[in-house]
Design a protein around this ligand. Structure first.
Ligand SMILES: Nc1nc2c(c(=O)[nH]1)N[C@H]1C(S)=C(S)[C@@H](COP(=O)(O)O)O[C@H]1N2
Ligand SMILES: [Mo]
Length: 560
């Protein structure tokens, strides 16, 4: 095999990158037809999330917070870019090596696409189309060609060149050919021409203009397919459908929020968390876009009468409004993964009763449109609390990020065992027969929320002026209720904070201590809550896994 060392590595790498972009553009376009989340970058990212050990996931959440997905996807793209550049370099040696590299990448993509829990055979199409497009792009950009040489150029020899076009086309390597024979012709008016190749050298040369044209063509293909894919993925339609949802009035409005539930202190979490500020935790790299017109909820398993509800059915049911504070089991002590909202939805217990749940069933295994699963204790959902199949959040249809068109909300349980977003299925079953997504990954099968409290003010590390200083925060013990919050400074005496009102035991309560006299120096502020069962938060520090963190939130400040 002839060596093409003369092709600069940067050009070969560029060819590889553009080929990668063409492959991804075409595969994104096809994913637009099949299913947006079948896009290989996403399926590979999803597979990495599934394959990574719990400690790595926890580290990623701790380190990157809600940016963890963006970081993961950027990582996948950077690695892909490096592999694409390498593919270009291989292809500049021998096109077959390049094709083999693309096929190997395609195999990884196929494995990722077809092992997704929600995958069907059609999920192979975006990868196959992308690999095919990449191969075409690579063959067109790296094409060993036989160019007849004039006598001055030496013996006929096959030689490679980069670039699109045909031998007689506008980008054919005329300059190389002609340069070898009559360089003057390429130098009109005696102006210095770009460096020309000499006979013998041109064997290892490439055509810059052809390369540029080819690369531009590739970029245009990648861009056009990318845009078309975005339009096809249907996100615009779902957004429109969401805006078009006319929320029915609640049959059972929420308990009036007592005056004084929100102390309106600057820097303190407001009683209701606005939707745009509400934390988001899920395994979806791009959120499922579910058209309410196509949505159904199937209830099956250990029931007398399986049920299938449409969105219209759901909207016709008597809807209950409830204020519920949702929080995540992976919230560290003092962490941000908690928010309070007004939800509107149908009572899950009523729907389940209509289906006729068998006596020996104890688990509701809910499934979301992207295949994520969640196991909720049936007795908790049936015990009369406001366990909802929710369609609205703070007065608007659920935001897509928060589960549009429908999600579960169960007061008192961490989100991973209760709050399935984009829910499409509830299988009535038993904990000793079925396992939900997080259980084999090191998290407890059941996850009642632990009583907790957080200092919002002053912020950790704050520099404060001496004198009277407000200490304030939130405390929660969903479905039990918070009875007391105590604060201490520098391990001194615990002092009772003033508690704000709360409409029910299902929301957090704000608290404030507004007469701390801050003296110059460094100080440590701690908080602990007592719930309505009489339990006071333990000082023992437990990590978030397997069933939620414990310990007192502690904040250090400097006064000076
Ligand atoms: N479909 C789906 N629903 C899900 C999850 C998920 O990964 N996928 N994560 C759960 C977890 S761990 C939490 S804490 C809540 C968070 O809900 P939010 O993103 O609306 O705040 O959603 C729950 N519902
Ligand atoms: Mo969570």
């Amino acid at each position: 095999m002839e060596s093409y060392r003369g092709v600069p590595a940067w050009a070969a790498a560029l060819v590889g990158l553009v080929t990668g972009a063409v492959a991804l553009g075409v595969s994104w376009l096809v994913a637009g037809f099949v299913r947006a989340s079948a896009f290989p970058v996403l399926t590979v990212g999803d597979a990495l999330v599934d394959l990574s050990p719990s400690w790595l996931k926890e580290w990623a959440i701790r380190t990157f917070g809600e940016a963890d997905k963006a970081v993961l996807l950027s990582g996948v793209l950077v690695v892909l870019a490096a592999l694409a550049a390498g593919t270009g370099i291989l292809a500049s040696r021998d096109l077959r090596y390049g094709h083999a590299a693309l096929a190997a990448l395609g195999a990884i993509g196929l494995a990722a696409a077809l092992t997704r829990p929600e995958a069907g055979p059609a999920d192979a199409l975006p990868v196959l189309a992308g690999v095919a497009a990449g191969m075409v792009s690579l063959s067109r950009l790296v094409r060993p060609r036989t160019v007849r040489r004039s006598a001055a150029s030496g013996p006929d020899a096959p030689r490679p060149w980069f670039g699109l076009g045909t031998e007689t086309g506008p980008t054919a390597p005329r300059s190389v050919e002609e340069a070898g024979t009559e360089p003057e012709a390429r130098t009109p008016g005696g102006v210095a021409a770009p460096p020309v190749m000499r006979a013998g050298e041109d064997l290892r040369s490439f055509d810059r203009r052809g390369l540029l044209t080819g690369l531009l063509g590739g970029v245009v293909v990648a861009g056009a397919t990318g845009v078309a894919g975005r339009l096809l993925s249907g996100s615009a339609e779902v957004d429109a459908a969401r805006v078009g949802v006319a929320l029915p009035p609640p049959a059972l409005p929420a308990r009036p929020v007592p005056a004084g539930s929100d102390l309106k202190i600057r820097g303190l979490s407001p009683f209701f968390t606005p939707n745009r500020d509400f934390y988001r935790v899920d395994t979806a790299l791009i959120v499922p876009r579910v058209d309410p017109g196509d949505w159904t909820l199937k209830i099956h398993g250990m029931v007398d009468r399986p049920v299938e509800l449409t969105f219209a059915d759901l909207m016709k049911r008597p809807l209950v409004e409830a204020d519920v504070t949702l929080c995540c089991v992976s919230n560290e002590v003092g962490g941000p993964y908690i928010g309070n909202a007004r939800w509107l939805g149908a009572r899950l217990a009523d729907i389940l009763r209509e289906a006729g749940v068998h006596r020996d069933a104890d688990m509701l295994l809910s499934v979301s449109a992207d295949g994520w699963t969640c196991g909720t204790p049936a007795d908790v959902v049936m015990d009369g609390r406001d366990a909802l199949l929710a369609i609205a959040m703070n007065g608007e249809a659920l935001p897509v990020d928060h589960g549009f068109p429908a999600r579960q909300v169960v007061p008192g349980l961490y989100g991973y065992v209760s709050a399935t977003k984009w829910v499409t299925e509830i299988k009535v079953t038993r904990f000793d027969r079925d396992e939900a997504y997080w259980t084999p990954r090191g998290w407890a099968a059941k996850g009642p929320i632990k009583t907790q409290s957080r200092i919002d003010l002053p912020k950790a590390g704050a520099n404060l002026r001496p004198g009277r200083t407000v200490i304030a925060g939130v405390a929660w013990a969903q479905h039990k209720g918070v009875d007391a919050v105590e604060v201490r400074v520098d391990e001194g005496k615990w002092r009772q904070a003033r508690l704000a009102e709360a409409p029910t035991a299902d929301t957090w309560r704000q608290w404030v201590l507004d007469d701390w006299d801050a003296t110059p120096g460094r100080h440590t502020i701690q908080v602990r809550a007592t719930d309505a069962t009489g339990y006071t938060q333990t000082s023992a520090v437990a990590p978030v896994a397997p069933d939620g963190a414990t310990g007192w939130h502690t904040v250090e400040v400097t006064v000076g």
